[in-house]
Design a protein around this ligand. Structure first.
Ligand SMILES: Nc1nc2c(c(=O)[nH]1)N[C@H]1C(S)=C(S)[C@@H](COP(=O)(O)O)O[C@H]1N2
Ligand SMILES: [Mo]
Length: 326
């Protein structure tokens, strides 16, 4: 996608033919992108900005400036190639034995519903996994992320709860089990359930805009789920189907992957909410010359604002407060 093709929010939210045409143009630009430059992603992933993990691209945190992560720098994590989806023919189906009125809606229908903007991070559950061996004494399988498997954006879309309401979720549906399955339109149809309680939180969105522009193809065009604070996998890209059931929906992303299992976990833990983390933004391996240095970094929480960050220069013996910016 041409990064200069700016889309103001007002233009974007215009639900008329002009809006549809503009979105279509984005879709076509994607289809014409030269196939040989990127095998898995539509956007370029230059080595100065990303650490290349093959199909996955990790953001070099030291290249970030400001609070929001632009599309050019936002990490990419997916199980298959970015699908090319035409917003004009895109449909979302809401179904399942816990809805009274299964139905389908198109992109224009979604744009007509009341919208909301939420600024939050999407972070891969495995972010930081590359340090597992050093700190835990064993290798964790999967992409060996350092700490750049995270990005922050302003997401605009329709609260998922409002769409589920249109399908009339049955009153007695359990609220805290994983029974709301969100499914992608990628070739392998990646899907993962969340709870009805989380689905009905105001900030849980079916997002169609990313930092005021259409969601970039690699990040879920035309519509992705935004489930603030929950592991990256809950934020399903290229959403095409949602199923609400009266019982737990077991899928590989809750039975095989994104679970804590094994000798240390007598009862399996299905990952939902992320944990608090922080990182310094230095080029790896993060060595500094002796002397006074200004070091930048990030701290993030799944539940609220960061109130305090401390750093240690002597491997944890003493701690100093860091200055917080945003
Ligand atoms: N349809 C679909 N959605 C998906 C995935 C996927 O492979 N397919 N990967 C998930 C994972 S594991 C993560 S961490 C985030 C990454 O989002 P991003 O690529 O926009 O950074 O998307 C999630 N949503
Ligand atoms: Mo992930």
């Amino acid at each position: 996608m041409d990064g200069n093709e700016t889309f103001t929010r007002r233009q974007f939210l215009a639900t008329g033919a002009a809006g549809a045409a503009a979105l279509t143009a984005v879709g076509e630009a994607v289809a014409q992108a030269p196939a040989q430059t990127q095998k898995f992603h539509v956007k370029p992933a230059p080595g100065e900005i990303f650490i290349d993990h093959g199909i996955n691209q990790e953001t070099r945190l030291e290249t970030l400036r400001g609070y929001l992560t632009p599309a050019s720098h936002f990490f990419v994590r997916q199980h298959a190639t970015t699908p090319v989806i035409d917003a004009r023919t895109w449909r979302l189906r809401i179904e399942g034995n816990a809805v009274e009125r299964p139905f389908e809606l198109g992109f224009e229908d979604l744009l007509r519903l009341p919208s909301r903007s939420v600024t939050c991070f999407v972070e891969c559950a495995g972010n930081g996994r590359g340090f597992f061996k050093e700190f835990m004494g064993k290798v964790a399988s999967g992409t060996q992320w350092r700490l750049g498997g995270i990005g922050v954006a302003e997401w605009t879309g329709v609260p998922l709860g409002a769409v589920l309401e249109l399908a009339r979720v049955k009153r007695d549906t359990p609220r805290d089990i994983l029974n709301v399955l969100v499914e992608g339109l990628d070739s392998v149809k990646v899907n993962r359930p969340l709870s009805l309680a989380k689905a009905f939180e105001d900030d849980t969105l079916l997002a169609y805009a990313f930092n005021g522009e259409p969601v970039p193809p690699d990040h879920g065009f035309p519509v992705r789920a935004i489930v603030p604070g929950w592991v990256g996998i809950s934020n399903i890209k290229w959403v095409g189907r949602i199923e609400v059931r009266d019982s737990v929906i077991d899928v590989p992303t809750t039975t095989k992957t994104y679970v804590l299992d094994g000798p240390d976990y007598p009862s399996k833990v299905v990952l939902r909410q992320q944990t608090i983390k922080s990182a310094v933004a230095l080029p790896w391996p993060a060595t500094l010359a002796a002397g006074r240095q200004r070091v930048r970094g990030f701290a993030w929480s799944p539940v609220g604002r960061i109130s305090r960050v401390e750093y240690s220069l002597d491997r944890g013996a003493t701690w100093q407060p860091a200055a917080l910016r945003e």
